[in-house]
Design a protein around this ligand. Structure first.
Ligand code: AMP
Length: 511
């Protein structure tokens, strides 16, 4: 297919408003792709390039846009991809030189489109989500089949290529493959150990370590390490390669966490460990400063056997056999009583870990899933918040101001912003005091809520900070509860949005 045709499809997509019609259009486009251009075509129709980014400065892009005249026929999609690939492998101005012979063959509209693709700004109201729906429709895959296929082949271009080559039957056959990382299984947050099903032979508890998620693949002497976002981070962690290379299995995929350790072998905080995600030439130095240790907790594949369908109980047994040295495994117990579980949780926090993970022994490995199989229970943090409002209580709390609107200071907006609500942790005395005091600072009120000036400070405990579109601050506290009223503090002394973001590593986790 010529690039000019892709641009026509994209323009039609932009003009089409119904979702179904867009999907039909994408399917029509798919039907016209040849095998060799399938991967690039799928990426382009979802508004991206195969390479992700090619780091071209804006100046270079505007020079390319301004190139004179359209010479010769519109390039084939495969050619476009080859040019972009070469640009990727060059540096600075050389990228522009590599791309020049491509751009002179494009019309003005096509150039604009290619630049939009390069910078990821194609405006056509159809992205990866819609293309995924179209792929499922095109090959007649059920939601479940598609989900499974996508989780195991997260690159939609490669997925389409595979389906095109082998048809629907390929889905069943997609299993764990060495050097094709899958999205790691995730955990749901639980407030306390009491939220988790009864103890006994139901779950195992592990330390929740403050490190970097790793998926280590090994085939004979070759080892590769992938991050939570499936980036190849092998070069940054030579120690992990050494450990994996000496394990007694030739073909292996392990899941775990890499932690940083100090001179005495004690875990270091994540902030220190993050120095290891550094530029390549500084690796040796970083390695000296912060050596890392793998803490494996799961095995997904071993010597020809896909372990993801097996229960967690079976997988940890195999893990023990293959990672025999316990210093490379995450500390784990099967608690026999709830007290045993609580003691383990406290022991984990006392060692400086984030909390514990609770994993159901009967669960299989679900790549990319956050379900009711793994739970994370974090240790509590406390901060000082200001009360911005309070809602009248119900039932036993009728007539009392109860559900508190909690705020922190936002440095960029220079005002107090909400980060959550809570009615938990308030004693009868506190409730009475708040009901007597807050109305004095009233700004306005409605049927349910009294909104107040930011004067009263409360100390609040919570387990986690999460992103939230609900509040202007963009973040919300999970499981917030009031510890005490801080009459000794003023609203000038409370915590800030930046404090919370730092605590939560929200930005870092997304890197
Ligand atoms: P969170 O990032 O708070 O959603 O917690 C999930 C993350 O905890 C995982 O992606 C891992 O990086 C990390 N983690 C630490 N210890 C464990 C463990 N024992 N099992 C699973 N994940 C763990």
């Amino acid at each position: 297919m010529h690039f000019s045709e892709l641009v026509k499809y994209s323009t039609k997509l932009k003009r089409t408003h119904s979702k179904n019609a867009k999907v039909e259009l994408i399917k029509n486009f798919m039907g016209r792709l040849k095998k060799e251009e399938a991967k690039a075509g799928i990426h382009y129709i979802s508004g991206r390039i195969v390479q992700g980014k090619i780091n071209l400065a804006w100046r270079g892009l505007s020079d390319l846009l301004a190139m004179a005249g359209k010479k010769g026929p519109s390039p084939e999609l495969v050619e476009v991809n080859d040019f972009l690939q070469r640009a990727c492998e060059n540096k600075g101005r050389a990228k522009v030189e590599v791309l020049t012979p491509l751009f002179v063959r494009l019309s003005q509209v096509e150039r604009k489109h290619l630049v939009a693709l390069i910078i990821g700004e194609v405006q056509q109201g159809a992205g990866e989500g819609l293309v995924r729906i179209a792929i499922a429709d095109f090959f007649g895959l059920s939601d479940e089949e598609m989900e499974r296929a996508y989780l195991q082949k997260p690159d939609i271009g490669e997925l389409f290529e595979l389906l095109l080559g082998r048809g629907k039957a390929a889905v069943e056959k997609i299993t764990m493959r060495i050097f094709s990382p899958v999205k790691p299984m995730l955990a749901q947050i639980a407030e306390s150990i009491d939220d988790v099903p009864a103890a006994g032979d139901v779950y195992a508890l592990e330390y929740k370590l403050d490190g970097i998620r790793i998926q280590v693949h090994r085939k004979d002497d070759e080892v590769r390490v992938f991050s939570r976002h499936l980036r190849d981070i092998t070069a940054q962690f030579p120690e992990l390669v050494s450990v994996a290379r000496y394990l007694p299995a030739r073909r292996l995929i392990l899941d775990g966490e890499a932690i940083g350790i100090d001179q005495k072998g004690r875990p270091v905080p994540f902030q220190v460990l993050s120095r290891r995600t550094t530029r390549k030439r500084e690796i040796a130095e970083a390695q000296n400063q912060v050596p890392v240790l793998p803490q494996f907790f799961d095995v997904l594949y071993i010597d020809g056997e896909d372990m993801t369908e097996k229960s967690y109980a079976e997988r940890i047994q195999v893990l023990r056999d293959v990672v025999r040295d316990s210093q490379y495994r995450t500390v784990q117990v099967k608690p026999s009583t709830r007290k045993h579980a609580v003691d383990f949780y406290e022991q984990s926090l006392a060692r400086g870990n984030e909390g514990v993970m609770v994993k159901l022994l009967q669960s299989r490995y679900r790549p990319g899933k956050r379900g009711k199989f793994w739970f994370k229970i974090k240790g509590a943090h406390t901060i000082d918040c200001v009360i911005l409002g309070a809602e009248w209580g119900h039932g036993r709390r009728r007539g009392l101001l109860s559900n508190l609107h909690l705020g922190v200071f936002d440095e960029t907006r220079t005002k107090y912003v909400m980060v959550g609500k809570t009615f938990k942790g308030l004693t009868d005395r506190m409730l009475q005091w708040l009901t007597d005091t807050l109305p004095r600072y009233k700004v306005h009120e409605d049927r349910w809520t009294v909104y107040v000036k930011p004067v009263v400070v409360v100390e609040v405990a919570f387990n986690e900070v999460q992103k939230s579109p609900k509040y202007e601050s963009g973040i919300a506290l999970r499981f917030a509860r009031v510890k005490r009223i801080r009459s000794d503090k003023t609203s000038k002394e409370i915590n800030t949005v930046i404090d919370l973001v730092q605590l939560s590593r929200i930005a870092l986790n997304e890197a």
